[in-house]
Design a binder for this molecule. Structure first.
Ligand SMILES: [Zn+2]
Ligand SMILES: [Zn+2]
Length: 388
């Protein structure tokens, strides 16, 4: 049988096989390589040939513990579920009526296609969709979050709502394109709730992928100074290359004091918290000045104590973000295609899709100083990509 569906357009230039390789989640921690039929796009959807997919800390969380993935109302284990959400590729089939993208177009994808009909989706906050995970059986609200509530990218093809696509220029490599959504998450963290204003001072805590690209985005948005805190000097060094004016190794210095010293004694206007450390919230609220803002983009596993009196007395804004809403990914891509920063500094390794377990081990154990590890279905032998 050849690939087809009602009103679906394809091209002989991009032949689509009957089946694809796909990794699926068995028991906790267990990934199996299998074959799946290739999904067919419906209204407002396209089929994406996945050319590259990056591994995210949240994938590791889902593979071992299940949450925050939600499949058929429960944990994602033994449900034929394919994880993976930071992917990019080529549009190879158009659903009925789709004319916003063309066959052969290179795109990267955001994770969340909200239901489009709840209060938050209507506000552009589709990563906070009130119908999260309701996309099956009698409660099908059309919500999709690749690799969270619907099949993701550790496979060769996936359907995507056109609202989740971001066109990319030819000059952007596959690997760089997988980082657009990471930069988009940092962008969302910096621009919501009134947002960062050019010339304001920023601290980014935690030099993981979102923190490092948070530095880059904040600098590109005109923040001054941008201060990065962390525990590993090699990561802090990359932060400097991405635009941090100052870095603080929290093992060597009292971090709140150091931030104040670097910014005229008053603390900064904005903190983007990306470390998830237990003491991070209390430190963050002490790093901002009165009336300052703290955005939480990471979290510890246990509940933590927070200095509420300090927050109230100082009129501090404290809020959490989920993912990359309000088309922040498009804004991040605009910075990246203009080469306002070089996101590829955080890409360290590429493996073949068949080697996903090795790639995951590199990401999880930070083998060989791995930061962002990418897998590709085609045209790659397992190899290390030199981190420049
Ligand atoms: Zn991610
Ligand atoms: Zn919604």
């Amino acid at each position: 049988m050849t690939y087809s569906g009602p009103g679906v357009k394809t091209s002989p230039d991009f032949p689509i096989p009957d089946k694809m390789k796909a990794w699926i989640l068995g028991n906790p921690g267990e990934l199996k390589l299998t074959e799946k039929p290739i999904p067919v796009p419906k209204r407002a959807e396209v089929l994406v040939r996945i050319d590259a997919v990056a591994i995210c800390a949240t994938d590791l969380e889902i593979i071992d513990y299940g949450s925050p993935a939600l499949i058929q109302g429960g944990k994602p284990f033994n449900k034929n579920f394919t994880p993976g959400h930071e992917y990019m590729g080529t549009v190879v089939a158009l659903g009925p009526g789709v004319d916003e993208y063309r066959l052969g177009q290179r795109i990267t994808v955001e994770i969340h296609a909200g239901c489009g009909q709840c209060k938050r989706c209507r506000e552009g906050m589709y990563t906070a969709c009130h119908n999260y995970g309701l996309n099956y059986g009698d409660v099908d609200k059309g919500h999709r979050a690749n690799g969270f509530t619907t099949d993701g990218g550790f496979c060769e093809y996936q359907v995507n709502n056109i609202n989740t696509l971001v066109a990319i220029p030819d000059a952007m490599s596959d690997e760089e394109a997988t980082l657009v959504v990471t930069a988009g998450t940092a962008m969302y963290g910096l621009t919501e709730l009134g947002g960062l204003v050019a010339g304001e001072s920023v601290v980014v805590t935690g030099p993981g992928p979102i923190g490092l690209l948070g530095v880059a985005v904040a600098k590109a948005m005109g923040a001054q100074p941008v201060i990065l805190t962390g525990t590993r000097d090699n990561r802090l060094k990359i932060g400097k290359e991405l635009g941090a004016d100052h870095v603080i190794n929290v093992r060597n210095e009292e971090v709140v004091e150091a931030v104040k010293r670097l910014n005229g004694g008053k603390g900064v206007d904005y903190v983007l918290e990306c470390s998830g450390a237990t003491n991070a919230v209390t430190e963050a609220v002490r790093m901002v000045n009165r009336g300052g803002k703290v955005c939480l983009a990471a979290f510890p596993h246990e509940e933590v104590q927070v200095d509420v009196p300090h927050i109230v007395r100082n009129n501090i804004y404290l809020y959490g973000i989920r993912g990359e809403g309000k088309t922040a990914t498009h804004r991040a891509e605009a910075f990246m295609s203009q080469k306002r920063f070089d996101a590829t500094k955080i890409h360290t390794h590429t493996f073949a899709l068949d080697d996903l377990p090795t790639a995951i081990r590199y990401a999880k154990d930070r083998v060989d100083d791995a930061i962002k590890v990418v897998v590709k279905a085609k045209g790659v032998a397992a190899h290390r990509v030199a981190a420049e």
